[in-house]
Design a protein. Structure first.
Lengths: 112, 113
């Protein structure tokens, strides 16, 4: 069945450095790719998303890139801050009603 | 503008019991999806409700059922609870069934003993 692989499972970076999280999807028909941030005890919060007709999208310190040919997409966070510490999930849509298939998550740790 | 709300926040049940979880979508949204998130894993899609009908369903047994009310709020029911049903249950709403962006509530933490 369809799946999304996410790497790394844990990422530790120095405050101020950049962080990159990568995902690969299996369904070539997927056309919507959101990224969510989940803090302890809370529900996932949408931080950025990209559609298949766009190769890159940026919102302040956060950017997402999509390579449809290789079926992978990445989250880039620049100038990391302590409040960026959380678990980040990628997801890919399947089906006509945008059912989401999720990666296993990346725990991002920002070291002071 | 109220976001997605869920109740209760926490719940403890024993095996074999039944549970009902509730969700109110974000203002203006008419589509609700339910997800199960086991500890340390990504959410898994259970089903989606739109116009008071189940529109899509993930790989979950019939013990999981739902309902959507005319005001777009929704319930998730789980019968004959198993230990493995212990998880965070998340509700997400979207503007319509064909709108990609989903907004999540804080979840209901269910513990089955």
């Amino acid at each position: 069945g369809e799946n999304v692989e996410q790497h790394p499972s844990t990422l530790s970076v120095q405050e101020g450095d950049s962080a990159v999280i990568k995902c690969t999807y299996s369904d070539s028909a997927s056309n919507y790719f959101p990224w969510y941030k989940q803090e302890l005890g809370k529900g996932p919060q949408l931080i950025i998303d990209i559609r298949s007709n766009v190769g890159e999208k940026k919102d302040q310190r956060i950017a997402v890139t999509l390579n449809k040919t290789a079926k992978h997409f990445s989250l880039h966070i620049t100038e990391t801050q302590p409040e960026d510490s959380a678990v980040y999930f990628c997801a890919a849509s399947i089906g006509s009603n945008y059912q989401l298939i999720w990666g296993a998550g990346t725990k991002l740790i920002i070291k002071p | 503008d109220a976001g997605v709300t869920q109740s209760p926040t926490h719940l403890i049940k024993t095996r074999g019991q039944q549970v009902t979880l509730r969700c109110s979508p974000k203002s203006g949204h008419d589509t609700v999806s339910w997800y199960q998130q086991a500890l340390g894993q990504g959410p898994q899609f259970i089903f989606q409700y739109y116009e008071e009908e189940e529109r899509q369903r993930g790989n979950f047994p019939d013990r999981f059922s739902g309902h959507q009310f005319p005001n777009y709020s929704s319930e998730l029911n789980v019968n004959a609870l198993l230990l493995g049903d212990s998880a965070l249950y998340l509700c997400a709403s979207s503007l319509t069934a064909r709108q990609e962006t989903q907004y999540f509530g804080p979840g209901t933490r269910l513990l089955v003993l």
